[in-house]
Design a protein around this ligand. Sequence first.
Ligand code: ARG
Length: 580
Amino acid sequence: MKEQLEQLLAEAIGQLKAQGTIPADHSVNIQLDRPRDKSHGDFATNLALMLAKPAKSNPRQLAEAIVAAVPENSLLSKMDIAGPGFINFTISQDQLKDQLTAMLNSDSLNVDVAKESKTIVIDYSSPNLAKEMHVGHLRSAIIGDAVSRVCEFLGHKVVRQNHVGDWGTQFGMLLAYMEALDNQSAEYELSNLETFYKAAKQRFDDSEEFADRARQLVVKLQSGDEYCLKLWNQFIDVSLSHCQEVYDRLGVKLTRADVMAESAYNDKLPGVIEHLRGKGLLTEDQGAQCVFLEEYKGKEGEPLPIIVQKKGGGYLYATTDLAAIEYRQKQLGGDHLMYFVDARQALHFDQIFTLARKAGFVEGEIQLDHYGFGTVMGKDGKPYKSRDGGVTKLADLLDEAERRALELLQQKTTDLTEEQQKRVAEVVGISSVKYADLSKNRTSDYIFDWNHMLTFEGNTAPYLLYAYTRVNSIFYRLGDTAFDRDADIILNDERELALANQLVRFNEVLHQVQDKAMPHFLCGYLFDLAGRFSSFYEACPILNQEDEALRNSRLKLSMLTANVLKQGLDLLGIPTLEKM
Ligand code: ARG
């Protein structure tokens, strides 16, 4: 609908240009907003205010001219001029009804899929494998996964890339520790990677001999020594299975097949350096190979290097990312490369993108975006820590979520068996953690607060999951009783109309989520939808409605609400429950 309206306005502007009201060479950017206040219609534009100056006219007059130039159509029932010259548009009921029907008759809720499907390569999760996944790994996995799902739903080919860190100097220490343990106890101790890492670190700090061995092992590993590679592979395998367990519990779609580890680029790294040298971009600085780009200066205006090779010959994080970016465009065919990585890496990605374009690691019209996100904070306003002050392992955090969800559910009366309730608690617990993250603006820090996320009030997972079961219960009660799915939709009550208006916005919201890589738009939308359904449900009798036509129409609105809630939550990576 938004696009149709844009089209109508573009035609109106074309006509005004032809008449000479607006200068023909003036480029016009049509901006449409969704007014908060219902009395301002369904869409609003400040077009007349923007164009008044170039048109040498007053905004209200120009607004009138624009309104008059909008072609005859069935989309709008009303256009009003408000305030200094805003134009408010109201969508016609016929249009709304057509749209609702189209949504009901389509498996994909009639969303506009991309006319040209793009290949979108999405880098997310990407933890370092030396340690077990902790709370800091939550956001990338959850947000990246939701955006991936939305892009796929909108008709794009999504290639997931889990760029795990498996090749740093810490691995020497871990291998030395594995070596020192006999085979069996190594296996046992690896079952808790966090303590394994700590124990190895302790040894490394305490024993000079051990530290030497660790350094020796890194060099051997990096030169391809078979014994080291075997130990290393064993470690990586255990670490990746830990990750997979977390992904499976979280309902994050990543699998082993999506892992494209840092080490996978090893063979390409000498080529990266040679390529940069060939382009005349390399500078040697204190024995290290660096690239200095005009665009990046330090605080004092001093040139800022991107170091691509250390003095001893070792390669760096940036070198690997240059190899990866090339692979993503040239091998994977990426048209758009998305990176969901902590906001603190913004400069790194900025530099890599600029350098990759300059040096020709990527070519043509490729879109490169780093989508940063803020930190998960504790209630004390500092990065979230476990009770003992250490980092919180994700696995433990999820256990706690399930435990707390069960407590929450036990406060409610239910006809679920204990077993069913446990299953429900798993979904509610994990979903609450995910939803708390997804519903916040991606770019800001947020406070991790169990009480806020595990409640049936407000913009939370329990609220939405419960709202879904409520809609669903209508159809349980209806049972096998048929209702006419081809019945007309009636929107006479203001609550019906408000619900309908929200339902048809689904398409628009999903496109916003993709454009900005911001899942919280979808959360806000679903929360609002659930609220409008609730008002409708309370005010408009459905099952005990005697008027057959009205009953059918309301059942259809309820059914579409259920479908949109289910699909919307699924795109956020949250499963729905039939009962709770
Ligand atoms: N492993 C890195 C870290 O934990 C994140 C990797 C992000 N992806 C990338 N292509 N650099 O900080």
